[in-house]
Design a protein around this ligand. Structure first.
Ligand code: AR6
Length: 174
């Protein structure tokens, strides 16, 4: 059974098999986690993202989906890019947020990644309330890695929270 760990820190510093990027559908970079990953990971990541845009994802990566590239110079083997939903007070998009975690884990499983680090997807620029984002993240990862009959693919799923507020929200949800 996979261990779920909460850690306050920077996702670009994690020595794990795969780190998850809170990307946007262009796959061509942005701020927050995305900016940090491309800055520290170097141009190889962007080159693979561009190649994906020229082949499988000409229209961009849809919200709730995930795709892997090299991790370039990061101390990880792969970056799994996922596109979280933008928070909407008018529409329930929590299924899309859960899908980000589920699809990222599916891609990780396919790669053979046993340790995976997630940020709190959608809770920055995309405005998702932290407490709710934390609950969805933990529930989905538990369902995928700890439910009855779940495989033994993962050793550790790590949530890397950038500040104390995010860490508190995840601790409360755990
Ligand atoms: N390590 C861990 N967590 C971080 C880091 C870091 N280095 N930097 C920020 N966070 P965000 P989103 C936290 O905005 O809401 C980008 O421009 C941050 O405090 O990175 O999914 C993309 O290109 C917050 O709790 O992702 C998209 O356009 C969480 O990570 C858009 O932002 C997610 O914040 C995606 O927005």
């Amino acid at each position: 059974m996979a261990t779920i760990r909460l850690l306050r820190g920077d996702i670009t510093e994690q020595s794990v098999d795969a780190v998850v990027n809170a990307a946007n559908s262009s796959l061509l970079g942005g701020g927050g986690v995305d900016g940090a990953i491309h800055r520290r990971g170097g141009p190889e990541i962007l080159a693979e993202c561009r190649a994906l845009r020229a082949s499988r994802y000409r229209e961009g990566l849809p919200t709730g989906r995930a795709v892997a590239t090299t991790a370039g110079r990061l101390p990880a083997r792969w970056v799994i890019h996922t596109v979280g939903p933008v928070w909407s007070p008018a529409e329930d998009r929590s299924g899309q947020l859960a899908s980000c975690y589920r699809e990222s884990l599916r891609v990780a499983r396919e790669l053979g990644a046993r340790t995976v680090a997630f940020p709190a997807v959608s809770t920055g620029a995309y405005g998702w309330p932290l407490d709710d984002g934390a609950r969805i993240a933990l529930r989905t990862v538990r369902e995928e890695t700890q439910g009855p009959g779940k495989d033994e693919a993962f050793e550790e799923i790590r949530f890397v929270l950038f500040d104390q507020r995010a860490h508190d929200a995840f601790s409360a949800a755990l």
